[in-house]
Design a binder for this molecule. Structure first.
Ligand SMILES: [Zn+2]
Length: 128
């Protein structure tokens, strides 16, 4: 997944901007690209970004669980362990700031099976 690879590199660069071991082309961070929606198998978001959104109290307060009620009828159970959708973790996901600046931002409701560490469903609400 293009986003996963470039997103991480992008972040590493911010964390260690002057590392002498960083031999990457300095222009590379500008190559950040969007997820390819045509590849359903890869239509998963980087866990780093998912966890960040999930544990962002401001974002979660802005989107109370009742907002997701309209998706509950179509939510799938975990394909791996079969856990019902109602027992999965529900939270609002918002992709990182750079994805919005690159016009590939995504936000919506996500279900996660914590036992299988799997993103089960994503109900897109906003995109840039
Ligand atoms: Zn599961």
């Amino acid at each position: 997944m293009v986003w996963r690879a470039l997103g991480r590199r992008f972040k590493d660069r911010i964390n260690v901007p002057f590392s002498p071991a960083d031999s990457e082309d300095p222009t590379e961070a500008e190559d950040a690209e969007c997820l390819n929606d045509d590849e359903p198998d890869k239509n998963r978001y980087p866990w780093e970004d998912v966890d960040k959104a999930r544990h962002n109290p401001r974002l979660q307060r802005k989107h109370p669980p009742g907002e997701a009620d309209k998706y509950r009828v179509m939510a799938k159970p975990c394909p791996k362990c079969g856990k019902a959708s109602g027992e999965l973790a529900w939270f609002y996901f918002e992709s990182p700031k750079w994805t919005w600046e690159n016009l590939c931002g995504r936000a919506g409701w996500m279900t996660v099976c914590d036992a299988c560490h799997m993103q089960v469903d994503f109900f897109l609400e906003v995109m840039s």
